[in-house]
Write a protein that binds this ligand. Structure first.
Ligand SMILES: [Fe+2]
Length: 324
């Protein structure tokens, strides 16, 4: 065989090999990993001295369709964790008929106190995307042709269960003798956030711990939440990057948050104060981009514990540390 022939043969073999590896990764991401659910467990020291710990289940980005049976089954079993509180950071729906399925799989979790906010994928159905388009930067949220989803019907179901809608609302619950103050916003990815409606410094005479909830952790929202003295910010939306590089991590956050804090527990400092922040990698994917790679779907059990002795609320060192 000539030198040219050998080169062509080597190139062809290489290309076929690369194609096979690519197809293998796509099959793994689409058929296995997107259903490889896991529970993340994280401790957050935000409670006053002497308080009993609180178990908070954070769920996000279900993106549920009636056909997503494995996701429904896994979520329905989370009630076995017996949390004290559930926080749902939105993007529940991926289909106009999904509401009864969401309510059914939340099931016994709705017997527990809960709070929620909406995401863009509660309001609007997904539109077709290149499965790897997630890597190209923040998705285009505003599309006037997007089909509306029955978020009001879902809201009625959650409200009937006693869950609190935190959309531009402040609220409070007392659980295990701990006074929890909440505030939340509408979806910043759609530009619907109006934090000023719930703004104001946390009043320590009224609450023992302050939790701020939003769907998409855009900096303008989490800056304001931290500066007001909230102890913990809880968000979703990022899908943890959804398609990540093993050993490196996320390439995108789908918002203006840095990719080091795209999922898990970190800290956020603004206005001279520091808040803990938990961002969920979420449980689902958009049905039009049904892949996850090096970023399995997850829910998180946050155990709120006492602050270290001598440390006041929000009086903690700043840092971008990725902790969970
Ligand atoms: Fe989402």
């Amino acid at each position: 065989m000539s030198a040219t022939g050998r080169t062509l043969r080597a190139l062809t073999t290489g290309l076929l090999g690369s194609g096979a590896v690519g197809l293998g990764c796509l099959a793994y991401a689409g058929f296995y990993e997107r259903n490889a659910f896991r529970l993340r467990r994280v401790e957050v020291p935000v409670l006053p001295a002497g308080a009993r710990s609180l178990r908070v289940l954070h769920i996000s980005d279900l993106h549920l369709s009636p056909a997503d049976l494995k996701r429904q089954r896994w979520v329905s079993e989370l009630s076995g964790l017996e949390p004290d509180l559930v926080i749902n950071t939105g993007d529940n729906l991926a289909h106009r008929d999904a509401v009864p399925y969401v309510l059914r799989c939340l099931g016994r979790l709705m017997e527990v106190p809960g709070v929620y906010v909406w995401g863009s994928n509660d309001y609007y159905a997904p539109t077709f995307k290149n499965p790897l388009g997630y890597l190209a930067g923040p998705s285009q949220a505003k599309n006037p042709r997007r089909t509306k989803l029955p978020w009001e019907q879902l809201g009625r179901g959650l409200d009937e269960a006693g869950w609190l809608n935190l959309t531009h609302t402040r609220s409070a619950l007392e659980i295990n003798g701990i006074r929890i103050g909440f505030r939340g916003t509408d979806d910043a990815h759609l530009g619907l956030d109006r934090y000023e409606r719930v703004a104001g410094h946390v009043d320590r005479t009224e609450v023992d711990v302050a939790i701020a909830v939003t769907h998409a952790p855009y900096l303008r929202v989490i800056d304001a939440m931290a500066a007001d003295g909230n102890d913990l910010i809880v968000a979703g939306h990022t899908h943890g990057g959804q398609v990540c590089v093993p050993g490196y991590g996320a390439l995108v956050s789908n918002c203006d948050l840095d990719t080091r804090r795209v999922k898990g527990l970190s800290q956020h400092r603004a206005g001279g104060r520091t808040a803990w922040m938990h961002v969920s990698a979420g449980l689902g994917t958009s049905p039009t981009a049904p892949v996850r790679f090096a970023c399995p779907p997850e829910a998180t059990l946050l155990t709120l514990t006492e602050r270290p002795q001598g440390q006041g609320a929000t009086d903690r060192s700043a840092g971008p540390a990725q902790m969970g």
